[in-house]
Design a binder for this molecule. Sequence first.
Ligand SMILES: Cc1cc2nc3c(=O)[nH]c(=O)nc-3n(C[C@H](O)[C@H](O)[C@H](O)COP(=O)(O)OP(=O)(O)OC[C@H]3O[C@@H](n4cnc5c(N)ncnc54)[C@H](O)[C@@H]3O)c2cc1C
Length: 380
Amino acid sequence: MTERRDVLVAGGGPVGLYAAIEAARAGLDVAVLEARPGVLDKACGEGLMPAAVEALLRAGVSVSRKREFAGIRYVEGERRVDGRFSRGPGWGIRRTELHGALMRRARELGIRVIAHRVNQIVQDEQGVIVDGHAARYLVACDGLRSVVRRRLGLELAPRRGSPRFGLRQHFRVAPWSDFVEVHLHPLSEAYVTPVAGDEVGVAMLFDERSRNGAVTMQGLLARYPELCARLEGAETTSTPRGAGPFEQRSSRVACGRVLLVGDAAGYLDPITGEGLRLGFLSAIAAVAAIRRGEAAAYDRHWRRLVRRYWWGTSALLALRRSALSGLMMPVLCRSPWLFDRILDGLSEGDVTPALPVEADCVTSAARTQGSGSTSTPRVG
Ligand SMILES: Cc1cc2nc3c(=O)[nH]c(=O)nc-3n(C[C@H](O)[C@H](O)[C@H](O)COP(=O)(O)OP(=O)(O)OC[C@H]3O[C@@H](n4cnc5c(N)ncnc54)[C@H](O)[C@@H]3O)c2cc1C
């Protein structure tokens, strides 16, 4: 068994690395267990909402290759409606760039990333043992199909009907807009995110019923003539990458000394582009709860954080599937204030710790003595 740390993070994706950075900045001794080596790529729309950008800046993560965007543009045939962020720009950034930047910051802070696929988790009142690695707390950021969530029996069945999937690819072309464009088709949505001065990412979201056989980027793009014209002749700069089914639910996100964060905690759909914003803000809340020794408080806080996302995303998906779907763009075009209100929702989130913490509540003495918890954790 290894020496006991304050925190182990399972999964070194963006949210896992962010949680580790947050923990290290709070003076906690933290290591990350990540199954895959190197700089990681993943299917993603790659649009960071303003609160996610603020969270990165607050943590000292610096990114060189990115493209700012001013808001979201919905496009359907001839109709288009723009919504601008009031809080500051979002960032379009390739996942590999984001992961590289987070890895650099983690290294600066002396965080160890250990190549390991998490399998067994045992916990008691004092701490957690993950395949022989010991810690006071485990922060599980192992993604949509979280092993930790499954092992602890926290997995719930999805509620919605036809599962949704995603496919993304990049193209060498100068962005033609300062917005993330969302092109609507009755069967799918195409997100176009500027990620550099000469590159855009296209992410397609669609549900099982609309697949019509094998899914290819070319096949999906053919639904969007305007987009096809923009991308005609452009070199592809990545291979297509898929993801899904999206919906994952958990019964709770704090179980004894284990806290689920990011997609591992539960996810509905990328349609509002909020995964990383919510992941970073949840990581901040989880570390604050650990510093207070009140892991259970994280569950309540997480529910408050994600409530609007779950409600808004469910409503939007229901609308997209209903007979009223065709009314969405006419209504938004006639009432642009409504779109601005929706965007304010996407921008919201306080990046300062939501739970009050004492300036230096984890002393080295407390670390060597082990648990500083005042709560009575449950054994998972
Ligand atoms: C098509 C699509 C478009 C999206 N668009 C956007 C967008 O525009 N903006 C936005 O903010 N979000 C978007 N999202 C959501 C966003 O991608 C996720 O919310 C985000 O990746 C969650 O990060 P994470 O670190 O929690 O999980 P992941 O990125 O999945 O990382 C999990 C990590 O855990 C590791 N892991 C898994 N199992 C184990 C194990 N047993 N042991 C050790 N390590 C393990 C994996 O290797 C991986 O590195 C989109 C998602 C999709 C699919």
